[in-house]
Design a binder for this molecule. Sequence first.
Ligand SMILES: Cc1cc2nc3c(=O)[nH]c(=O)nc-3n(C[C@H](O)[C@H](O)[C@H](O)COP(=O)(O)OP(=O)(O)OC[C@H]3O[C@@H](n4cnc5c(N)ncnc54)[C@H](O)[C@@H]3O)c2cc1C
Length: 241
Amino acid sequence: MFYRKGRVLLAGDAAHIHHSVGGRGLNIGAQDAVNLGWKLAQVVKGISPESLLDTYSAERHPVAARVRRNTMAQIALLRRGEDGLKAARDIVAELLAMDEPRQRFGAMMSGLDVHYDLGKGHPLLGRRMPDLDLTIDGRPLRLFTLLHGARGLLLNFSKTGGLDIAPWADRIDRIYADCDGPWQLPAIGQVAAPGAVLVRPDGHVAWVGDQRQHELANALTRWFGPAAAWKADTGLVHFPT
Ligand SMILES: Cc1cc2nc3c(=O)[nH]c(=O)nc-3n(C[C@H](O)[C@H](O)[C@H](O)COP(=O)(O)OP(=O)(O)OC[C@H]3O[C@@H](n4cnc5c(N)ncnc54)[C@H](O)[C@@H]3O)c2cc1C
């Protein structure tokens, strides 16, 4: 793994360094830290197996490789004195005058298009959950407010549905919310509102409710450790990892 050797983990400029054109360095380094922090905490507390740390490198290295590629392309375009590069600059400028390419570039430059490979499924899977305007118990609330506790979040948008997360209740908050769809997302545009989503503490979507319940249990185990059993006198007990 690129960013981990045993107990040594690299993040920020220590993991990837590139020219400052495009202004991506700080953003990508902060995202590294947000991706890694909750995973480290779970492994240190014995909630998740050490293999969770390998997902850090697997998810973040492709992001840095893409930023590096984009930075190299910008450097090339900025070079003066070659007719071919002037033509390439003009073509990119024409593209940026169009809505769809401009939105794509905007999502790329801001890092809002980051998409971790969590398998096939709803377009939200692996992407950053948007900061939606929710209604909870009749009161308005922005979605990111629910992530301030840095815990997992199961957001249930359907009135029905008894998704069982009891064995993970010490690690996951379950919230029933209303939010009319379709949703407009950076990079991918309009998506149908799902029935429920599981959001990781770093704000990325780990499961989408149009998949089956057993897939929710798999996603909970993968990202939040094995199920715990209830012990009558002291509460939840974790199975050994
Ligand atoms: C000219 C320039 C312009 C930039 N413009 C932008 C921009 O517009 N937008 C953007 O997002 N990014 C920009 N960047 C990039 C951004 O500054 C970096 O990506 C970001 O600061 C990296 O943060 P970091 O915490 O990984 O590393 P650093 O900010 O380098 O922090 C590492 C820290 O570790 C300390 N340290 C080093 N060795 C040791 C040691 N042995 N023991 C203890 N401490 C140590 C250092 O003193 C430093 O404080 C720019 C960079 C440059 C150079």
